[in-house]
Design a protein around this ligand. Structure first.
Ligand code: HEM
Length: 423
């Protein structure tokens, strides 16, 4: 059941608040995060496993935190937050973590690295996702979106917009960019869902991850023998052949791009369509004001901030933030969704307003050295998806009431599992 706002719960501010807090409203982050931001912007908070960390929730504090050189993104450091502990294993006595004790520790992903390692790998990827490169991709994205809408119109007048539109757009684009066959989409989408689930065991998550890894291992091996004109092919030519990038690290990067490249954008497209249907005034603006259609993508990312606490840090030195002393070794969770609704940074922060001036002024794509590498691509996908869908099917509407929709409350990234629409 969907309520307009998270109901008041007994104040969590009297003792150490507990985070993460589940969403109960599809159009707002948990009200508790707002209360933290307004009353205790840098505060101790307890995670589900009992670990205490710092929760940081104002826009200014989140941004200052994310550019500090004395905070680390490396989860192997003691004290690093674990906001989503794995569910207990089903078989009593079953071991958690790698099944084989001899197995080597997995390589870190880009978002888990610190400089200088992070800087080195990030530089390899930057040219692949610049505004210029993404502008070259726009006609192809437009064609793909049009084709999906043609199919919907040919089989309609109703469909589930998640499998018919929201998921295929970013999935097909990232497949093309990586040289991955799109007919594997059911495989990688289902494994991604397990990797991001909040309710699976360590074993289930690891199995899903290893299956994705094995799949991309084959793709990378094929690209190494015959480099194709795509991101992986260019990385092979530029960095594999000079050994600046190992085979394993290239596979790792491919896994990250495939995962990050489709899941968040797909959820933002689906929730975005729902948001426009629930805000007809904004929908009119989308269709009549070209500048607002461009800024709609950023406003959607700000408004929803789908991964509430999906980024974590740990202090590597003592420092003061928001009047509190954070000590080396203490975990920190910047709450992006709270920062993106901070009234000190945004006028009428709880309103969805695609005409918002300075629409990129948000932290929905993170901030600082790890700021989202795919943000230009995500912007293009969202802008083209919303504008084209509502222009071509102006009578689009929900086929079921909002409170019957299936929201992904069990995933680290909020979204919709299905979105039945008609026209
Ligand atoms: C609406 C869509 C998206 C949202 C909201 C989003 C959000 C984010 C956020 C918040 C971070 C920062 C992580 C941190 O600081 O620890 C991030 C990093 C990243 N994102 Fe995205 N993302 C989106 C789409 C994409 C796409 C389409 C791609 C790839 C094509 C992508 C690739 C990455 C990568 C590689 C990083 C790691 C960057 C680094 O650590 O240097 N993202 N994203």
């Amino acid at each position: 059941m969907v309520s307009p706002q998270t109901p008041e719960t007994p104040s969590q501010l009297s003792s150490v608040p507990r985070i993460p807090v589940p969403r109960t409203c599809p159009f707002a982050p948990p009200a508790e995060y707002g209360r933290l931001r307004d009353t205790a912007p840098v505060t101790r908070a307890q995670l589900p496993g009992g670990q205490e960390v710092w929760a940081v929730s104002t826009f200014t504090d989140v941004r200052s935190l994310l550019v500090r050189p004395d905070v680390s993104s490396d989860p192997r450091r003691p004290g690093f937050p674990e906001p989503f502990p794995d569910a207990p294993t089903e078989e009593p006595g079953a071991t958690e973590g790698p099944a084989d004790p001899e197995e080597e520790a997995p390589l870190p992903q880009l978002f888990e690295m610190d400089p200088p390692q992070h800087t080195r790998y990030r530089r390899m990827l930057i040219p692949e996702l610049t505004v210029k490169r993404v502008n070259e991709l726009r006609p192809g994205i437009q064609q793909l979106v049009d084709r999906l809408i043609d199919d919907m119109l040919a089989t309609g007048p109703e469909t589930d917009l998640v499998p018919a539109f929201a998921l295929p757009i970013p999935s097909m684009v990232i497949c093309q960019l990586l040289g991955v066959a799109y007919d594997s989409h059911e495989f990688f989408q289902s494994r991604t869902e397990i990797v991001l689930s909040k309710t699976v065991t360590a074993e289930q998550r690891e199995t899903a991850y290893l299956e994705l890894y094995a799949f991309l291992d084959e793709v990378v091996s094929a690209t190494e023998s015959d480099p194709t004109d795509d991101i992986l092919g260019r990385l092979v030519v530029k960095y594999r052949r000079t050994d600046e990038l190992s085979h394993e690290m290239l596979v790792n990067t491919a896994v990250l791009l495939l995962l990050a490249g489709h899941e968040t954008s797909a959820n933002t497209i689906a929730l975005g369509v729902l948001t426009f249907l629930e805000h007809p005034g904004q929908l009119r603006i989308l269709l009549t004001e070209p500048a607002a259609a461009v800024s709609a993508a950023d406003e959607m990312v700000r408004f929803h901030s789908l991964g509430d606490v999906d980024i974590s840090r740990v202090a590597t030195a003592d420092f003061t933030l928001g009047g509190q002393t954070i000590h080396a070794g203490e975990g920190i969770l910047p709450i992006l969704s709270a920062a993106n609704r901070d009234p000190q940074a945004f006028e009428r922060p709880d309103e969805f307003d695609i005409r918002r001036p300075d629409s990129r002024h948000h932290v929905g794509f993170g901030y600082g050295p790890h700021q989202c590498l795919g943000q230009n691509l995500a912007r293009a996908e969202l802008e083209i998806a919303y504008r084209t869908l509502f222009t071509r099917i102006p009578s689009l509407r929900l086929a079921v009431p909002v409170d019957e929709l299936d929201f992904k409350t069990d995933s680290q990234i909020f979204g919709l599992r299905s979105l039945p629409v008609t026209w």
